[in-house]
Design a protein around this ligand. Sequence first.
Ligand SMILES: [Zn+2]
Length: 419
Amino acid sequence: MGRLKLPLALAVFTAAAFFAASGHWPWRRLAVEPAPVLATVAPALARPVTESLDTLHRGETVSAVFARHGVDGIDLPSLSRKLSLDPRRLRAGLVFTFRHAATDSAPDAITVRTSPEQRLTFTRVADEWQAAAETIAWRPEVIRIEGDIDNSLYEALDQQVADSVLGGNERTGLAWALADVYDWQVDFTRDIQPGDHFQVVLERLVSAEGDVRFGRILASDLSVGGKQLTAFRFTGGSGFYDARGSSLKLAFLRAPLEFRRISSSFTRARFHPVLGITRRHEGTDYAAAPGTPVRAAGEGVVVRAGRAGGYGNLIELRHRNGITTRYGHLRAFARGIHAGVRVSQGQQIGFVGATGLATGPHLHYEFRVNGVARDSRKVDLGNGPPLTGAELHRFEAERDRLSRLLYPAAPVLVAQRTS
Ligand SMILES: [Zn+2]
């Protein structure tokens, strides 16, 4: 997973930098575009107008861009307050459109798209500038895509999803989202084999002006190494479920941090480097840079967060089914972490340090079942809470609806529930 995400992250950052520099939007337009709004506005004015574009450059203020076009007298602070807009959040790369009447050298209208969802319009009436914020509606469209995976998921989507369906940057977003759905089931750096296959039903968002963005995944079926892995989005629950209504997330993270290496495994006996004696090691040590965020391995309640002898700064969490987890040698606790607080899986609870009996910065992580230490890297981590009762029935209806979209040609029996 880590190895797929890094190239994706780089691609996203590179794309973002490019779009910021070029002043163009990263999402693509449909080939058949409805007439742009401004073109329809201009004839209604029954007088010739000209438009010019300008980009907000890095380190430049909006006022400076306006001044370049002979616009003055805009009271930006008061207009911003009225629109609840923070002018400092107007980022470099935003493109302003200045509209002039042909008979006038100064613009009488300025528009700027501040986000995918918002457009600001400044208009000059007599000598006073007014401003309005307009929400751009994106209409969801459900589409289905299918193809083979030979090397990587990213490559498969990039090469097989047509530009007319989703632009390159949006395909990257889709690859990322799909990798997230299967984060717990598939190691995309290891498990992919030639002949693997994907089918995905997703939402893409289309604006009135014909712009297209990736929205979200609704359902997918991945065949990886002979295994069929289905995923159905269910908004009543926590993300994605398999056909039987089991959460695709495991109840516990395998490792509660991004680590450099495992410096000491769970063992019956090992020589303790600080104490100078041989004793059991009832956890796993993850070497990581000091300050690396430590995350709650599963949903639970903080039992304690404080100094505890050789553990140094220790957090202990209590989870369902008699399971507790311990996080030792922490440099500090995350804000708001103290006994009695509920935490969700993946929530940041502390930071790697070397407090207590530690020779260097690392996380000492313990996984205990009814008080008995178990090897967190080998123990069955179990699924997240399954859907039951009325919620399960609602899920099944949603699953059946999504299945008909996912398998349009021949209805496929997706579940044999045994209860
Ligand atoms: Zn340890």
